[in-house]
Design a binder for this molecule. Structure first.
Ligand code: CA
Length: 197
């Protein structure tokens, strides 16, 4: 089945360019220029991937990420002219999967969409009860970790960190996001502890 991509971009030229290229690659497309309609389209059609501009005419693209993440883990790729590092971090913290700075080559965006598709397939194919890769084996139910078939002991925080990283493999996680997920709060003074772990 073809993946359905929601394209949220108010620049007509860029939007047409993205839509045409995606169509050529065989994707289904939903397209809008504003954030509220993007949310309605998302709720109504449950697209597989979202391509999102941050500077929209009605609501902030960051709010669109926030709203989508309340109900869904579908990949969100931000396409933005905003160059500030803080914006990028905010978008990633809110749960965006990737970030492409304008102007960009279509080939780059298509490659990132392929990465998002792989992530989507992994998310769909496995309820994460166990994980196995090379010498590492993890049972998430019994919380057992083996290296080369030997049990190793991890503290609860070490185990939770490992699990979080595996759940988000292929994705960049910020300090704040990890801290919120593992310790339950954001506190930049505690980042040394995270580094040690
Ligand atoms: Ca814009």
């Amino acid at each position: 089945m073809n993946n359905l991509v929601l394209v949220v971009e108010d620049d007509k030229y860029i939007s047409n360019f993205i839509n045409m290229s995606l169509k050529q690659e065989g994707y289904g497309i939903l397209s809008t220029i504003n954030g509220n309609e993007a949310l309605n389209l998302f709720y109504a059609n449950n697209p597989d991937i979202v391509i999102l501009d941050l500077g929209l005419p009605d609501i902030d693209g960051l709010d669109v990420i926030k709203k989508i993440r309340e109900i869904s883990n579908k990949p969100i790729i931000v396409v933005s002219a905003r160059l500030e590092e803080q914006e990028k971090i905010k978008a990633l913290d809110l749960g965006a999967n990737d970030y492409v700075i304008k102007p960009f080559y279509m080939g780059e965006l298509l490659a990132r969409i392929r990465v998002a598709k792989r992530m989507l397939e992994m998310n769909n194919s496995e309820e994460l009860n166990t994980f196995e890769k090379d010498y590492l084996y993890i049972d998430f139910i019994s919380r057992e970790v083996q290296i080369d078939h030997k049990n190793i002991h991890l503290t609860p925080i070490e185990f939770n960190l490992l699990k979080l990283l595996i759940e988000h493999r292929g994705k960049v996680l910020t300090h704040n996001y990890i801290q919120k997920r593992i310790w339950g709060y954001e506190d930049s003074s505690n980042q040394n502890a995270l580094r040690v772990f």
